[in-house]
Each structure stands twice: as C-alpha cells, then as structure tokens.
Write a protein that binds this ligand. Structure first.
Ligand code: BMA
Length: 328
C-alpha cells in the first residue's frame, strides 16, 4: 500500500467508489459543488484551491465577474462541499508596483511551515506567477512576482527540499499558449528564484495524444513513500479547440525534476455534462487536493468548463498503482 507522508484529515469530504466503477478517480454524485452564480457578481467560479483550516476548510476561488474580469476571492466551508465565498476580492498588502491589479486567476494554496501561501497567474505586463501569504485568510500579503512574464501554473511544494523552497511552473506566452513544459525552480526565501530545471514535456501525439499540446502542474504535490504525487493537466488541440484532461506523475522525493513514472492514460477528462458544456467546453482543470494520511483518501477540486467547481475522489494507493501500471 502506498502511503501519504503528512497530516491526518478525518473530516476529508468523501464518497465511496461506486460499484462497477473501474476508473482510478470518481466524481462526487452531487457535482458541481459550486455553481457559477454563488456570488451575485460572478459569471463563473472555477479553477480554485482549498485547504484544511481551523477544523473546517478555507479556500481561494477564481471568480470571473459579470464584466468577465478575473480575480481571486476567499471562501470558507465546514464540510469542504458547501461554500460561502466573499463578495469582494482579496486585497493584498505589499509593494504597489506588484499589488496593482491587472488580473489574477487559477490560484493554488500551500501551507508551508507557519502560513498559507497563495500562488496564482498574475497580470504584470503579461501573465506571470504571483505569490502572497496569509495566516488567517483575513489579511493577505503579497511578495514579488516569482518569474519574468510569461508564465502560468505556479505550484509550490509544501516543504523545503534540501535547503530550498521549490515551485513548479509552466513558461507560456501572452495568449492561449499552444505549447508548454513543466519546470521546477528553487528559492532560499520565496523571493529570488533560480536553478530552473526541466521536469517534463508534452508527449508525442502517437505516445499519448491527450497531453501532446501542453501540460501544467495542478494541485500542490502530495508527498508519498513513492515520491511526490503530482496531478497535472494535459491538453490536446482538436478541431473544436483545446481539451483539458488530468494525468498523474511520481517525482523523485529529493529531486523533483526527476520523473519516476507518468501516466500514458488520463485519470479524468471531460465526460460529465458540466465538464463538456460551459463558457469553455471540455475543460477539467485540477487546482487542489485534500489528503488524509491515515486513510489514504484524496479529494480533488477541479474547475469544469471554465464555469463551475467540482470535486472527485480517489486514494493515494489507486493513483500510485495506476500511475505505475500505465506509465510511459
Ligand atoms: C488556460 C487558463 C485556465 C483555463 C484554460 C481553459 O489558459 O486560462 O484558467 O481553465 O485555459 O480555458
């Protein structure tokens, strides 16, 4: 049995695998959990991140408003399924050159040492990776942008590796980026980033076509006794545009630029009506995973069709076995 190295989380949202289901990941029966108009001002709420907080859960949500402006909002939940999200966006304290709002989207939240770090795609003369932190989900502080533009999908590791903080990211362009590899960068202080190392590329079409256009890290990697479990998104270009599915990889514990295993088969893709239909059809986009080290249960939060937010379940053992069995 593969094991999670981490905290126990006995109140993790959960539903057993339906009888007859052969898939490694299964959807919550009441998806989507967050509708597009949960907030009065929002057109859509998706690609959002949650963490255990104060006996319940807190999250940072991407809400595009009815002017289709992208910004991030704080939310709270007792059970991880029913959410209340603030009507006003997060306001960061920090250097005004950096905090000046262009747009913010696709947040991830990562607890490291004593606080919750938020990374997101931040508009600063093009998309780059913004980083901020909070202790209480009330006051938020912004640090320097991690990288030069253009970059997206910045995802921190939940602890220092060696003596360094580490972050995955995906250099991109200013548009919808028809390419993209995952890299990992190191920092002694979460301000200055360097030692950039390649992690993995899109695959050749004939090897695994669903991930042949671009890939990007999803939730904060989960530490296991088999390495870092990374759920990522992979994209194919079809005659109807991009299709976003999810895959899984195991990265070396001490050097996460080394990929030990990576799935040829996707683990979840747009098949449910709320994943296939919406403002941007055929997008399943994972941004957060809760994990219970005791039971091995994993609850995966993902945006659906750039419109609503859903949850799916798996276990670390299912994912590790699947990733090894269907590895490239
Ligand atoms: C990406 C990002 C995501 C989005 C996806 C599909 O470039 O903008 O937020 O879910 O495209 O539209």
């Amino acid at each position: 049995m593969a094991k999670i190295i981490g905290e126990k989380l006995s109140n993790i949202p959960w539903e057993d695998k339906p009888k007859g289901c052969n898939e490694p990941v299964w959807r919550y029966s009441k998806n989507p959990i967050i509708g597009r108009h949960l907030n009065f001002s929002s057109n859509s709420i998706f690609n959002s991140a949650v963490v255990p907080y104060n006996g319940g859960f807190a999250g940072v949500f991407r809400c595009d408003d009815k002017a289709i402006r992208m910004n991030i909002f704080v939310g709270f939940s007792k059970n991880g399924l029913d959410w209340e999200i603030s009507e006003t966006p997060i306001v960061f304290e920090g250097d005004p050159e950096v905090t000046a709002l262009q747009y913010r989207y696709d947040p991830r939240v990562c607890f490291i040492e004593d606080r919750y770090y938020i990374t997101w795609c931040n508009g600063y003369h093009g998309p780059t990776i913004g980083i901020g932190y909070t202790f209480d989900f009330k006051k938020f502080y912004q640090l320097e942008n991690a990288f030069l533009p253009y970059n997206r999908n910045g995802v921190l590791f939940p602890k220092k590796i060696g003596s360094m903080y580490m972050m995955l990211s995906r250099p991109s362009d200013t548009g919808h980026t028809p390419f993209g590899d995952i890299f990992v960068s190191s920092s002694p202080d979460l301000t200055f980033w360097g030692r950039h190392r390649h992690v993995m590329s899109p695959t050749p079409f004939e090897e695994s076509a669903w991930q042949c256009t671009k890939i990007g890290a999803g939730p904060v990697p989960i530490e296991t006794d088999e390495g870092w479990l990374l759920i990522y998104h992979g994209v194919i270009t079809t005659c109807n545009g991009f299709v976003y599915r999810m895959g899984c990889a195991l990265l070396d514990t001490n050097d996460p630029s080394k990929v030990k295993y990576r799935t040829r088969y996707y683990i979840l893709g747009p098949e449910a009506p709320y994943e296939q239909n919406g403002d941007v059809p055929n997008v399943t986009f994972p941004c957060a995973a809760l994990a219970d080290a005791e039971s091995g249960r994993v609850a995966l939060y993902y945006g659906c069709a750039d419109t609503v937010t859903s949850i799916a379940f798996t276990t670390v053992d299912e994912l590790v076995n699947y990733t090894k069995k269907y590895s490239m």
